[in-house]
Design a protein around this ligand. Structure first.
Ligand code: SAM
Length: 372
Protein backbone atom coordinates (compact mmCIF):
# COMPACT_ATOMS: atom_id res chain seq x y z
CA UNK A 1 0.00 0.00 0.00
CA UNK A 2 1.31 3.49 -0.85
CA UNK A 3 2.40 5.48 2.25
CA UNK A 4 -0.15 7.98 3.42
CA UNK A 5 0.98 11.47 2.36
CA UNK A 6 0.86 13.99 5.18
CA UNK A 7 -0.79 17.25 4.41
CA UNK A 8 -1.19 20.14 6.82
CA UNK A 9 -4.92 19.74 7.05
CA UNK A 10 -4.53 16.21 8.46
CA UNK A 11 -3.71 17.53 11.92
CA UNK A 12 -6.76 19.69 11.96
CA UNK A 13 -8.92 16.95 10.62
CA UNK A 14 -7.67 14.38 13.11
CA UNK A 15 -8.22 16.58 16.17
CA UNK A 16 -11.63 16.31 17.75
CA UNK A 17 -13.21 19.31 19.44
CA UNK A 18 -12.36 17.76 22.79
CA UNK A 19 -8.71 17.32 21.80
CA UNK A 20 -8.54 20.92 20.61
CA UNK A 21 -10.01 22.19 23.85
CA UNK A 22 -7.81 19.94 25.97
CA UNK A 23 -4.70 20.90 23.97
CA UNK A 24 -5.47 24.58 24.28
CA UNK A 25 -6.08 24.30 28.00
CA UNK A 26 -2.80 22.45 28.57
CA UNK A 27 -0.89 24.87 26.35
CA UNK A 28 -2.16 27.95 28.20
CA UNK A 29 -1.53 26.21 31.50
CA UNK A 30 2.13 25.67 30.51
CA UNK A 31 2.45 29.24 29.22
CA UNK A 32 1.30 30.70 32.52
CA UNK A 33 3.17 28.31 34.82
CA UNK A 34 5.46 31.24 35.69
CA UNK A 35 2.52 32.89 37.49
CA UNK A 36 2.80 30.11 40.08
CA UNK A 37 6.48 30.89 40.73
CA UNK A 38 5.88 34.63 40.93
CA UNK A 39 2.84 34.28 43.20
CA UNK A 40 4.95 32.10 45.50
CA UNK A 41 7.70 34.72 45.50
CA UNK A 42 5.18 37.48 46.28
CA UNK A 43 3.69 35.48 49.17
CA UNK A 44 7.19 34.84 50.53
CA UNK A 45 8.24 38.49 50.24
CA UNK A 46 4.95 39.65 51.80
CA UNK A 47 5.61 37.12 54.61
CA UNK A 48 2.11 35.65 54.25
CA UNK A 49 3.18 32.33 55.89
CA UNK A 50 4.40 34.26 58.97
CA UNK A 51 1.13 36.19 59.12
CA UNK A 52 -0.94 32.98 59.09
CA UNK A 53 1.39 31.43 61.65
CA UNK A 54 1.04 34.48 63.96
CA UNK A 55 -2.74 34.04 63.75
CA UNK A 56 -2.38 30.54 65.17
CA UNK A 57 -2.27 28.79 61.78
CA UNK A 58 -5.49 30.14 60.23
CA UNK A 59 -6.45 33.60 58.98
CA UNK A 60 -9.39 35.10 57.10
CA UNK A 61 -8.71 37.35 54.14
CA UNK A 62 -9.19 40.54 56.12
CA UNK A 63 -7.07 39.25 59.03
CA UNK A 64 -4.35 38.44 56.55
CA UNK A 65 -4.60 41.88 54.95
CA UNK A 66 -4.37 43.42 58.39
CA UNK A 67 -1.31 41.37 59.35
CA UNK A 68 0.65 42.13 56.19
CA UNK A 69 -0.51 45.75 56.16
CA UNK A 70 -2.27 45.79 52.81
CA UNK A 71 -4.34 48.79 51.86
CA UNK A 72 -8.10 47.94 52.04
CA UNK A 73 -8.51 48.76 48.35
CA UNK A 74 -6.20 45.81 47.54
CA UNK A 75 -8.25 43.22 49.44
CA UNK A 76 -9.86 41.72 46.33
CA UNK A 77 -6.43 41.50 44.66
CA UNK A 78 -5.04 39.66 47.66
CA UNK A 79 -7.93 37.21 47.33
CA UNK A 80 -6.92 36.62 43.67
CA UNK A 81 -3.29 36.02 44.64
CA UNK A 82 -4.41 33.60 47.36
CA UNK A 83 -6.60 31.74 44.84
CA UNK A 84 -3.51 30.90 42.75
CA UNK A 85 -1.68 29.81 45.88
CA UNK A 86 -4.50 27.65 47.23
CA UNK A 87 -5.15 25.96 43.87
CA UNK A 88 -1.45 25.14 43.65
CA UNK A 89 -1.33 23.77 47.21
CA UNK A 90 0.90 26.41 48.81
CA UNK A 91 -1.96 27.28 51.22
CA UNK A 92 -5.31 25.65 51.85
CA UNK A 93 -8.70 27.28 52.12
CA UNK A 94 -11.07 25.86 54.71
CA UNK A 95 -14.61 26.73 55.67
CA UNK A 96 -14.92 27.99 59.25
CA UNK A 97 -17.34 26.27 61.59
CA UNK A 98 -18.49 29.48 63.35
CA UNK A 99 -21.89 30.98 62.78
CA UNK A 100 -21.93 33.60 60.00
CA UNK A 101 -21.36 37.03 61.51
CA UNK A 102 -22.51 40.54 60.58
CA UNK A 103 -25.39 39.16 58.53
CA UNK A 104 -23.03 37.23 56.19
CA UNK A 105 -24.61 34.31 54.30
CA UNK A 106 -21.88 31.76 55.09
CA UNK A 107 -19.28 31.16 57.83
CA UNK A 108 -15.94 32.83 57.04
CA UNK A 109 -13.24 31.02 55.10
CA UNK A 110 -9.74 30.64 56.53
CA UNK A 111 -6.37 30.32 54.86
CA UNK A 112 -4.17 27.69 56.48
CA UNK A 113 -0.57 26.57 56.02
CA UNK A 114 0.22 23.40 54.07
CA UNK A 115 3.42 21.29 54.07
CA UNK A 116 4.77 23.74 51.49
CA UNK A 117 4.07 27.01 53.32
CA UNK A 118 5.16 25.55 56.68
CA UNK A 119 8.63 25.62 55.10
CA UNK A 120 8.32 29.38 54.62
CA UNK A 121 7.73 30.45 58.21
CA UNK A 122 10.63 32.66 59.23
CA UNK A 123 12.90 31.53 62.05
CA UNK A 124 11.44 28.01 62.09
CA UNK A 125 14.22 25.37 61.95
CA UNK A 126 13.04 24.46 58.45
CA UNK A 127 12.62 27.91 56.92
CA UNK A 128 13.31 27.62 53.19
CA UNK A 129 12.20 31.14 52.24
CA UNK A 130 15.80 32.17 51.36
CA UNK A 131 15.73 29.41 48.70
CA UNK A 132 12.65 30.98 47.08
CA UNK A 133 14.64 34.18 46.77
CA UNK A 134 17.61 32.29 45.32
CA UNK A 135 15.63 30.25 42.78
CA UNK A 136 12.91 32.68 41.66
CA UNK A 137 15.43 35.22 40.57
CA UNK A 138 15.68 37.51 37.52
CA UNK A 139 19.26 36.31 36.84
CA UNK A 140 18.08 32.75 36.10
CA UNK A 141 14.93 34.00 34.43
CA UNK A 142 16.86 36.22 32.00
CA UNK A 143 19.39 33.46 31.35
CA UNK A 144 16.72 30.94 30.35
CA UNK A 145 15.02 33.50 28.11
CA UNK A 146 18.25 33.39 26.06
CA UNK A 147 17.87 29.67 25.28
CA UNK A 148 16.89 30.03 21.60
CA UNK A 149 19.88 32.33 20.90
CA UNK A 150 22.25 30.16 22.92
CA UNK A 151 21.19 26.85 21.32
CA UNK A 152 21.73 28.14 17.81
CA UNK A 153 24.99 30.02 18.34
CA UNK A 154 27.88 28.89 16.14
CA UNK A 155 30.69 28.46 18.69
CA UNK A 156 31.05 24.83 19.84
CA UNK A 157 31.85 25.72 23.44
CA UNK A 158 30.49 29.17 23.87
CA UNK A 159 29.34 31.11 26.88
CA UNK A 160 26.91 29.85 29.49
CA UNK A 161 23.33 31.14 29.30
CA UNK A 162 24.00 33.42 32.27
CA UNK A 163 27.10 34.81 30.54
CA UNK A 164 25.06 35.49 27.39
CA UNK A 165 22.38 37.26 29.45
CA UNK A 166 24.52 39.04 32.05
CA UNK A 167 27.99 39.30 30.55
CA UNK A 168 29.53 37.55 33.59
CA UNK A 169 29.47 34.02 34.97
CA UNK A 170 27.20 32.72 37.71
CA UNK A 171 29.76 32.98 40.51
CA UNK A 172 30.37 36.65 39.64
CA UNK A 173 26.64 37.31 40.14
CA UNK A 174 26.80 35.91 43.69
CA UNK A 175 29.67 38.21 44.73
CA UNK A 176 28.14 41.31 46.28
CA UNK A 177 24.62 39.85 46.42
CA UNK A 178 24.54 40.64 50.15
CA UNK A 179 24.79 36.95 51.09
CA UNK A 180 21.54 36.05 49.27
CA UNK A 181 23.01 32.95 47.59
CA UNK A 182 24.89 31.74 50.69
CA UNK A 183 21.74 32.34 52.77
CA UNK A 184 19.75 30.16 50.38
CA UNK A 185 22.37 27.42 50.51
CA UNK A 186 22.48 27.53 54.32
CA UNK A 187 18.68 27.23 54.52
CA UNK A 188 18.69 24.26 52.14
CA UNK A 189 21.49 22.59 54.12
CA UNK A 190 19.71 22.97 57.46
CA UNK A 191 16.57 21.28 56.11
CA UNK A 192 18.35 18.66 53.99
CA UNK A 193 20.65 17.66 56.85
CA UNK A 194 17.76 17.33 59.34
CA UNK A 195 16.40 14.61 57.09
CA UNK A 196 19.64 13.02 55.91
CA UNK A 197 21.19 12.72 59.37
CA UNK A 198 18.00 11.20 60.75
CA UNK A 199 17.32 8.80 57.89
CA UNK A 200 20.84 8.06 56.61
CA UNK A 201 23.13 9.06 59.49
CA UNK A 202 25.15 5.85 59.09
CA UNK A 203 26.85 7.37 56.04
CA UNK A 204 28.60 9.88 58.36
CA UNK A 205 28.76 7.77 61.51
CA UNK A 206 31.19 5.35 59.91
CA UNK A 207 33.67 8.12 58.96
CA UNK A 208 36.70 7.64 61.23
CA UNK A 209 37.69 11.04 62.57
CA UNK A 210 37.72 13.86 60.00
CA UNK A 211 35.59 15.24 57.21
CA UNK A 212 36.14 18.12 54.81
CA UNK A 213 33.11 19.79 53.23
CA UNK A 214 34.37 21.05 49.88
CA UNK A 215 32.44 24.13 48.69
CA UNK A 216 30.81 24.07 52.12
CA UNK A 217 29.79 27.74 51.95
CA UNK A 218 29.03 29.14 55.43
CA UNK A 219 29.29 25.75 57.11
CA UNK A 220 25.60 24.87 57.68
CA UNK A 221 26.06 21.29 56.43
CA UNK A 222 29.37 20.70 58.25
CA UNK A 223 27.93 22.17 61.47
CA UNK A 224 24.94 19.81 61.33
CA UNK A 225 27.30 16.84 60.81
CA UNK A 226 29.63 17.98 63.63
CA UNK A 227 26.68 18.37 66.03
CA UNK A 228 25.32 14.93 65.20
CA UNK A 229 28.75 13.25 65.30
CA UNK A 230 31.01 15.13 67.75
CA UNK A 231 33.84 12.62 67.14
CA UNK A 232 34.33 14.19 63.68
CA UNK A 233 36.72 17.08 63.10
CA UNK A 234 34.92 19.06 60.37
CA UNK A 235 36.57 21.49 57.96
CA UNK A 236 34.94 23.67 55.31
CA UNK A 237 36.82 24.62 52.14
CA UNK A 238 35.38 27.50 50.10
CA UNK A 239 36.49 30.54 48.12
CA UNK A 240 38.15 33.33 50.13
CA UNK A 241 35.23 35.79 49.56
CA UNK A 242 32.75 33.26 50.92
CA UNK A 243 34.86 32.19 53.90
CA UNK A 244 35.42 35.84 54.82
CA UNK A 245 31.67 36.29 55.41
CA UNK A 246 31.08 32.96 57.19
CA UNK A 247 29.78 33.31 60.75
CA UNK A 248 32.34 32.14 63.33
CA UNK A 249 31.68 28.67 64.56
CA UNK A 250 33.63 26.64 67.10
CA UNK A 251 32.53 23.30 65.63
CA UNK A 252 33.98 23.90 62.17
CA UNK A 253 37.35 25.09 60.82
CA UNK A 254 37.19 27.23 57.67
CA UNK A 255 39.87 27.07 54.99
CA UNK A 256 39.91 29.56 52.11
CA UNK A 257 41.02 27.98 48.86
CA UNK A 258 40.25 26.71 45.38
CA UNK A 259 38.97 23.15 45.08
CA UNK A 260 40.54 22.91 41.61
CA UNK A 261 43.96 23.33 43.23
CA UNK A 262 43.83 21.72 46.66
CA UNK A 263 41.54 19.67 48.89
CA UNK A 264 42.60 19.42 52.57
CA UNK A 265 43.27 15.83 53.70
CA UNK A 266 40.51 14.05 55.68
CA UNK A 267 39.00 10.57 56.11
CA UNK A 268 36.04 11.65 54.01
CA UNK A 269 35.24 14.46 51.61
CA UNK A 270 31.70 15.81 51.37
CA UNK A 271 30.44 17.45 48.19
CA UNK A 272 26.90 18.75 48.65
CA UNK A 273 25.40 20.43 45.60
CA UNK A 274 28.86 21.01 44.12
CA UNK A 275 29.36 18.73 41.14
CA UNK A 276 26.02 19.66 39.54
CA UNK A 277 27.56 23.13 39.03
CA UNK A 278 30.35 21.82 36.83
CA UNK A 279 31.03 20.17 33.47
CA UNK A 280 32.24 16.59 33.20
CA UNK A 281 35.97 17.45 32.87
CA UNK A 282 35.81 19.82 35.85
CA UNK A 283 34.09 17.17 37.98
CA UNK A 284 36.85 14.68 37.07
CA UNK A 285 39.48 17.22 38.19
CA UNK A 286 37.70 17.89 41.52
CA UNK A 287 37.18 14.17 42.15
CA UNK A 288 40.87 13.40 41.44
CA UNK A 289 41.91 15.95 44.09
CA UNK A 290 39.34 14.49 46.49
CA UNK A 291 40.86 11.04 45.90
CA UNK A 292 44.32 12.37 46.77
CA UNK A 293 42.90 13.89 49.99
CA UNK A 294 41.43 10.66 51.44
CA UNK A 295 42.94 7.34 52.57
CA UNK A 296 42.39 4.05 50.73
CA UNK A 297 39.02 2.30 50.99
CA UNK A 298 40.37 -0.27 53.52
CA UNK A 299 41.34 2.62 55.77
CA UNK A 300 37.83 4.12 55.54
CA UNK A 301 38.37 6.69 52.77
CA UNK A 302 35.34 7.81 50.77
CA UNK A 303 33.76 10.78 49.02
CA UNK A 304 30.15 11.53 49.97
CA UNK A 305 28.18 13.33 47.26
CA UNK A 306 24.76 14.82 47.94
CA UNK A 307 23.24 15.63 44.58
CA UNK A 308 20.56 14.47 42.19
CA UNK A 309 20.72 11.21 40.29
CA UNK A 310 18.15 11.82 37.59
CA UNK A 311 15.68 8.93 37.55
CA UNK A 312 16.25 8.08 41.25
CA UNK A 313 14.35 7.01 43.22
CA UNK A 314 13.02 4.75 40.48
CA UNK A 315 9.55 4.72 42.04
CA UNK A 316 9.27 8.52 41.93
CA UNK A 317 5.99 10.32 41.32
CA UNK A 318 5.29 12.76 38.49
CA UNK A 319 6.06 15.83 40.66
CA UNK A 320 9.47 14.51 41.57
CA UNK A 321 10.33 13.61 37.93
CA UNK A 322 9.23 17.06 36.81
CA UNK A 323 11.19 18.77 39.61
CA UNK A 324 14.36 16.92 38.53
CA UNK A 325 13.82 17.97 34.91
CA UNK A 326 13.19 21.59 36.02
CA UNK A 327 16.35 21.61 38.15
CA UNK A 328 18.39 20.28 35.24
CA UNK A 329 17.36 23.07 32.86
CA UNK A 330 17.66 25.64 35.67
CA UNK A 331 21.26 24.41 36.16
CA UNK A 332 21.87 24.60 32.39
CA UNK A 333 21.64 28.38 32.84
CA UNK A 334 24.95 28.33 34.69
CA UNK A 335 26.49 25.49 32.66
CA UNK A 336 25.60 22.99 35.36
CA UNK A 337 23.84 19.67 34.94
CA UNK A 338 21.76 17.18 36.91
CA UNK A 339 23.20 13.78 35.97
CA UNK A 340 21.88 10.31 35.31
CA UNK A 341 23.67 7.36 36.89
CA UNK A 342 25.68 6.56 33.73
CA UNK A 343 27.07 10.12 33.67
CA UNK A 344 28.07 9.93 37.34
CA UNK A 345 29.67 6.55 36.81
CA UNK A 346 31.91 7.87 34.00
CA UNK A 347 33.18 10.71 36.21
CA UNK A 348 34.03 8.28 39.02
CA UNK A 349 35.93 5.84 36.83
CA UNK A 350 37.84 8.59 34.98
CA UNK A 351 38.88 10.07 38.34
CA UNK A 352 40.27 6.66 39.37
CA UNK A 353 37.60 5.48 41.82
CA UNK A 354 36.75 1.78 41.93
CA UNK A 355 33.18 1.67 43.20
CA UNK A 356 30.15 3.68 44.30
CA UNK A 357 26.86 3.22 46.11
CA UNK A 358 23.73 5.31 45.51
CA UNK A 359 21.22 5.74 48.33
CA UNK A 360 18.17 7.59 47.06
CA UNK A 361 16.35 9.75 49.60
CA UNK A 362 12.60 10.17 49.46
CA UNK A 363 13.10 13.65 48.04
CA UNK A 364 14.74 14.44 44.74
CA UNK A 365 18.40 14.09 45.78
CA UNK A 366 20.51 11.02 46.48
CA UNK A 367 23.57 10.27 48.58
CA UNK A 368 26.39 8.78 46.50
CA UNK A 369 29.29 7.21 48.39
CA UNK A 370 32.33 6.89 46.13
CA UNK A 371 35.19 4.61 47.12
CA UNK A 372 38.86 4.79 46.06
C1 SAM B 1 25.81 25.43 45.11
S1 SAM B 1 26.83 26.03 46.38
C2 SAM B 1 26.75 24.71 47.54
C3 SAM B 1 27.07 25.13 48.93
C4 SAM B 1 26.97 24.03 49.99
N1 SAM B 1 27.75 22.87 49.68
C5 SAM B 1 25.52 23.66 50.20
O1 SAM B 1 25.05 22.68 49.62
O2 SAM B 1 24.83 24.38 50.92
C6 SAM B 1 28.46 25.83 45.69
C7 SAM B 1 29.58 26.31 46.59
O3 SAM B 1 30.82 26.05 45.91
C8 SAM B 1 31.69 27.15 46.18
N2 SAM B 1 32.74 27.19 45.16
C9 SAM B 1 32.62 27.58 43.86
N3 SAM B 1 33.83 27.49 43.24
C10 SAM B 1 34.71 27.05 44.17
C11 SAM B 1 36.11 26.75 44.13
N4 SAM B 1 36.81 26.89 43.00
N5 SAM B 1 36.69 26.30 45.26
C12 SAM B 1 35.99 26.17 46.41
N6 SAM B 1 34.65 26.42 46.50
C13 SAM B 1 34.03 26.85 45.39
C14 SAM B 1 30.77 28.34 46.16
O4 SAM B 1 31.34 29.46 46.79
C15 SAM B 1 29.55 27.79 46.89
O5 SAM B 1 29.66 27.99 48.28
Amino acid sequence: MAPHKHNEQDDELTMSTNELLQGQLELYHHCLAFVKSLALKAATDLRIPDAISRRGGAATLSELADEIKIHPTKLSNLRRLMRVLTTSGVFSLVQGKDEPCDGAAAPPEYYELTVVSRLLVERSPHDLSPMVDTMVDPVSWNALLKMPEWFTEERPSGLSLIEVAQGCDFWDTTVGDGGKFSGGMAADSRVAMQVLLKEHGGVFKEVKSSLVDVGGSHGATATAVAKAFPHLKCTVLDLADVVALAPTNDRVTFVAGDMFKYVPPADAVLLKWILHDWKHEDCVKIMRLCKEAIPERDAGGKVIIIDMVVGYPVTQQHDSKEAQAFFDVYMMGMDGIEREESEWSMIFSEAGFSDYKITPTNGIRSIIEVFP
